[in-house]
Design a protein around this ligand. Structure first.
Ligand code: AMP
Ligand code: ZN
Length: 137
């Protein structure tokens, strides 16, 4: 599967140059062009899936396996102090490139990115929590 208008399809296929740090038959890991931190990378499946709703389960599992491998490598090589995995789906959630990708974001004690994952907390009643729990399980 491929989308000829998709830049990440072209990058994943090696048709557009990228700073590739890992590649196998199924995925390519590239450095993000606008990094949130030193080493910020993206895991791209070589096949085109728009988002988490669409991605094949086995491919999703491979993406996660590679994410783990890269996290350990970044810890050992870059000596990052922590790590965020981030994966955006749809515009409202911040997705700007509509080819599934997982962000690998090494975190450093001295980085100025405390707000990468900061969000406003909702105050929900016990009843509201129970209703949501019952809807989703
Ligand atoms: P998202 O907001 O989750 O869709 O993330 C898209 C990410 O892709 C952003 O962090 C961009 O900086 C990054 N990006 C967009 N185009 C390229 C590119 N050609 N090479 C590397 N990273 C890119
Ligand atoms: Zn694509």
């Amino acid at each position: 599967m491929r989308d000829d208008n998709c830049i990440f399809c072209k990058i994943a296929a090696g048709e557009i140059p990228s700073n590739t740090i890992y590649e196998d038959d199924d995925v390519r890991v590239i450095l993000d062009l606008a990094p949130a931190a030193k080493g910020h990378a993206l895991v791209l499946p070589k096949e085109h899936y728009a988002n988490l709703y669409e991605i094949d389960e086995d491919v999703a599992a491979k993406v996660m396996r590679v994410a783990k491998k890269m996290a350990i490598r970044m810890r050992d090589v870059l000596h990052c102090d922590g790590f965020n995995l981030l994966q955006n789906n749809e515009k409202v959630a911040g997705q700007t490139v509509f080819h599934f990708h997982m962000h690998l974001i090494p975190r450093y004690k001295e980085d100025k990115n405390d707000d990468i994952l900061r969000y406003n907390h909702l105050e929900l009643s016990e009843e509201e929590m129970a209703e949501i729990r019952d809807m989703l399980r």
